[in-house]
Design a protein around this ligand. Structure first.
Ligand code: NAD
Length: 242
């Protein structure tokens, strides 16, 4: 596996011919937009301990069902950043001149806000919500951003359409992601610790001739890649995606 300057040169060379690109990312993609990741240097895992619970528990279907007040307190305070704007990394992805298909673990909607059209949201989106009782759908703007949101029609709890710990991923999203990975010439994985499954395991569906990881720190799956470019996605991606 290439690292350092060699890895960056490899990535630049691969991108020169504008190959079809599968771009798989995670929370590190949005830290430059002011949204903390989970496991990075200033991640949410540290604040979760204030609740005396792990963030896996705080963001689980069991927590939502058994203690919705705590679930939503954590959710509104640490997961929802409705003023966040796309950063240079999102904009670089959106303006790439070759064919690009995005697979994101993020729930913040920033790829679409930057202009990306082809985005598979593996873990759903905070922008979509629905009532647990009558299933009415609500956008983020239509519900109060504090406390337990209640459905104006039936009084049921309105939950975000995100995949919580203890829930399965959407079958269609997973199979779309697999198809993208099988069909693309180059795979870039960016801003993810590759510790959350089944998302992380998706990389093994890739048939790309070049597989490149761009991340602030090494991941447990580094040996899978041809090159590891270590650093900030918001400075590296604009430099290589033209
Ligand atoms: P993670 O927190 O486990 O890992 C993020 C990785 O990105 C870390 O390795 C970190 O070092 C790296 N990183 C942080 N900032 C970076 C930067 N500017 N440039 C390059 N690398 C950077 O996140 P994950 O792997 O996505 O898994 C966490 C889960 O949490 C995901 O399923 C996701 O749905 C959810 N999450 C989403 C958001 C969001 O939507 N923005 C935010 C937090 C968590």
């Amino acid at each position: 596996m290439l690292t350092g300057e060699e890895a960056l040169s490899f990535l630049k060379k691969e991108m020169k011919s504008h190959p079809s690109l599968a771009f798989l990312d995670g929370a590190g993609m949005s830290t430059a937009s002011g949204i903390p990741d989970f496991r990075g240097q200033t991640g949410i895992s540290r604040v979760a301990s204030r609740y005396g619970l792990s963030y896996e528990r705080l963001l689980s279907i069991d927590e939502l069902n058994e203690d919705p007040a705590t679930f939503f307190d954590f959710y509104w305070n640490f997961l929802v950043h409705d003023k966040a704007e796309p950063n240079a990394a999102h904009r670089a992805v959106a303006s790439y001149e070759g064919p690009i298909r995005v697979i994101t673990q993020n729930i913040d909607g920033l790829h679409q806000k930057a202009g990306s059209k082809d985005v598979v949201e593996l873990h759903g989106s905070i922008l979509r919500n629905h009532c647990l009782s009558c299933e009415s759908a609500y956008s983020l703007d239509e519900i109060p951003h504090r406390g337990i949101p209640r459905c104006p029609k039936c009084g049921g709890i309105v939950r975000p359409d995100i995949v919580l710990y203890g829930e399965e991923l959407d079958y269609e999203a997973l199979s779309d992601a697999e198809e993208i990975l099988e069909e693309s010439d180059v795979l870039i994985v960016a801003g993810t610790s590759l510790r959350v499954y089944p998302a992380a395991g998706l990389i093994y569906s890739s048939r790309a001739k070049a597989k490149i990881l761009v991340n602030a720190e090494p991941t447990p799956l580094n040996s899978f890649f041809d090159a590891f470019v270590q650093g900030d996605v918001a400075s590296i991606l604009p430099e290589v995606l033209k």
